[in-house]
Ligand binder design. Sequence first.
Ligand SMILES: Cc1ncc(COP(=O)(O)O)c(C=O)c1O
Length: 356
Amino acid sequence: MQAVETIKITHVEKSSLHQIDWNNLPFGKFFTDHMLEADFINGEWTNIQIRPYSSLQLSPATAVFHYGQAIFEGIKAYKTADGKISIFRPEENWKRFNLSATRLEMPEVLEDLFLEGMRQLIQLDQAWVPATPEYSLYIRPFMIATDPVIGVKPSETYKFMVILSPSGPYYVEPLKIYVEEKYTRAAPGGVGFSKNAGNYAGSMLATSIARKAGYDQVLWTDAFEHKYLQEVGVMNVFFLIGNTAITPSLEEGTILAGITRDSAIQVLRDMGYQVEERPIQIDEVISAHKDGTLREIFGTGTAATIAMIQQLSYRDYTIQFDTTQWEVAPLLKKNINNIRDQIVPDTRGWLFPVNY
Ligand SMILES: Cc1ncc(COP(=O)(O)O)c(C=O)c1O
């Protein structure tokens, strides 16, 4: 492979940074001046370059449009008050990206291309990284199948890209969720653990129905009995019962192994809470609510960070919280923020430096 130190860089002629309203940055709407691009041809990554953000030109027969070999990641970079930019745990995203690639019969991306490519891109567009609390630079690496051929078979060529979006908060208010029993997101043996585009396409109908009914998202359940709880939209989920935080286990391969989930598990343990990764049924959550031991329910994800769930509805049973009284989710969020904002030492090596 071409060494990434030699990534060809073509600079934008005129930056569009001045068009950004830093006080009004909806999630994922604006993109920085440059993007990273590489092509997989003849079994290797080539044409590695950083160039001005622009549209792609692809044949209408391009494989991804028809058979959906498309995977992606979501990562954030943060800027401290003194201008240090770091990416939060991108090595984990690289590993997960390659798990997704393998499951969809796509080529793996080399660590250097993924991490060093991303670092150089962010360094170039560093003026775009917000320093406002709750704001960040959202990083979207993705890979698509590019053979211009119709026919169900793995593509022989692929495109890997990284684009960057300065973004505000994903969710502003605590969430209202209902437990989905009709539609299924994933089943054992399927692709639920991978971050492939089809998983999200398949979730949109149920989510739209939920929105029309006044909810923000659905909480997915298992494919067989619809009683084991899985995950929410773009988040993993935690139930705080007594002093134990319970989160669905990953073994079945039906949920995404969230990196925020993993960070939350480690930080919750530091905070003195027990954490259990295991199957959890809706009945257990309802019993805990009835006997007064259910304290908090929250989601974890890169986009949403730690999102409080103020309402969970299951059939005609509704659990409602006054989230202003919560202690654990807000403190967990603060503790994770303090690591990424470098207010406390990064003892676990979670921060990947961009410009220092
Ligand atoms: C389906 C799904 N579950 C969970 C998550 C949370 O994962 P992470 O914490 O790595 O962002 C995401 C977001 O990436 C997701 O899309």
